[in-house]
Design a protein around this ligand. Sequence first.
Ligand SMILES: [Zn+2]
Length: 112
Amino acid sequence: MTQNVDTRPQPLSAGMIYCHGCGKPIHESARSCPHCGAVARSARSGRSKWSAAILAFFLGGFGVHRFYLGQPIVGLIYLLFCWTLVPALIAFFEFIYFLVISEEKFDQQYNR
Ligand SMILES: [Zn+2]
């Protein structure tokens, strides 16, 4: 017996993204999903906690994640003291912090 229900994801046409709330395709410029009402991530300034975590882990000693998060002054301080390795230590704890906080909390702090 063949099933008529196609559960495969529909191919996206140009300019469409998947809603993170319901998974349906919505236009990338949509501020919220017309299907479920979830606020589209692309409508925010779009910093991701995963990018911040990766930057903090690999380049945190140079404050790169702080530049990414829109805090160039703090990033500069990391850069100035990178030779002490203290910023690398702080960045490692920030890496863990970025991993454990929720995306909502991250957005509240860095995507306002
Ligand atoms: Zn949705």
